[in-house]
Design a binder for this molecule. Structure first.
Ligand SMILES: CC(C)=CCC/C(C)=C/CC/C(C)=C/CC/C(C)=C/CC/C(C)=C/CC/C(C)=C/CC/C(C)=C/COP(=O)(O)OP(=O)(O)O
Ligand SMILES: O=P(O)(O)OC[C@@H](O)CO
Ligand SMILES: [Mg+2]
Length: 229
């Protein structure tokens, strides 16, 4: 079982995006705590396997965040399974997981499976469209969702997802207040060391994704911003 509880910073790499060897080496050797492989659209078995194989040249811990059953690739250190708390499409709640169990049941190592209570707060993100995510109007709503995840469902992780947009710190603080003993990931729109530090002061772990593909140097600078004593 991986120990994500000490993570402060992770990079998220998207199999549907292109990254060169030098950039990938810089990301894997950056001092980040882990790499998450995941994306909403265009994630296939082949592009996931290819990316995993390339990351495997480095020692960094690597996790697959499952978003499609067709793209479940063996060989990752662990598997994060999103449970979208505010999914408006009921077929996005448990149906993919039931299908996964029917398809892969006898191959699953349960100590490699970690569930994320996933809260989607950017209505314009592709993942919000895919799941028909309901709105997170304010900090109190974020807190209540986090309590559903941790107090009622006793999930080990809450992931507040602002993919593509920098979050409202008040909403992030509201979510934090409901997280209780679970581990709190924040991801979305981090573009500067200052933003990384601001969100890392609230969340346990920050996730940097799109910036890797837009400004590699800026992405690398977020590691030191979070890990500086
Ligand atoms: C090796 C092996 C056999 C492992 C077994 C794994 C397994 C099958 C376990 C048991 C069954 C199980 C629980 C399967 C999981 C089922 C499943 C498909 C779950 C996902 C369900 C779901 C609602 C997904 C929605 C999408 C989602 C939450 C994606 C992840 C978030 C993400 C990466 C967002 C960012 O995407 P991005 O592309 O960067 O950007 P935009 O959103 O802005 O466009
Ligand atoms: O791509 P960005 O906006 O950095 O978001 C990171 C991550 O939370 C996406 O799933
Ligand atoms: Mg992305």
């Amino acid at each position: 079982m991986i120990d994500y509880r000490g993570w402060r910073h992770v990079f998220k790499l998207d199999p549907d995006k292109t990254i060169g060897d030098e950039a990938l080496e810089a990301i894997c050797e950056s001092g980040t705590d882990a790499i998450i492989v995941g994306g909403t659209y265009g994630v296939t078995f082949d592009n996931t396997l290819e990316l995993m194989s390339r990351i495997r040249r480095y020692a960094v811990v690597t996790v697959l965040e499952i978003s499609s059953l067709e793209a479940v690739v063996p060989g990752f250190d662990s598997y994060f399974v999103p449970l979208v708390l505010n999914a408006g499409d009921p077929d996005m709640l448990f149906a993919p997981h039931v299908s996964g169990l029917l398809a892969y049941g006898s191959y699953i190592h349960w100590d490699e499976i970690i569930t994320e209570g996933y809260l989607i707060a950017n209505p314009d993100a592709g993942v919000a469209e895919r799941t028909q995510a309901g709105p997170i109007q304010d900090a109190a709503t974020a807190k209540a969702y986090a309590q559903v995840a941790t107090r009622i469902c006793r999930l080990p992780i809450v992931y507040l997802e602002y993919s593509g947009k920098y979050g409202d710190p008040d909403v992030v603080r509201g979510c934090r207040a409901g997280v209780h003993e679970a581990h709190f990931f924040y991801g979305g729109g981090i573009r500067t060391p200052e933003q990384a530090a601001e969100m890392a002061a609230i969340a346990d772990t920050i996730v940097v994704g799109n910036l890797i593909y837009e400004d590699l140097s800026a992405a690398l600078a977020t590691v030191a911003a979070v890990k500086r004593p």
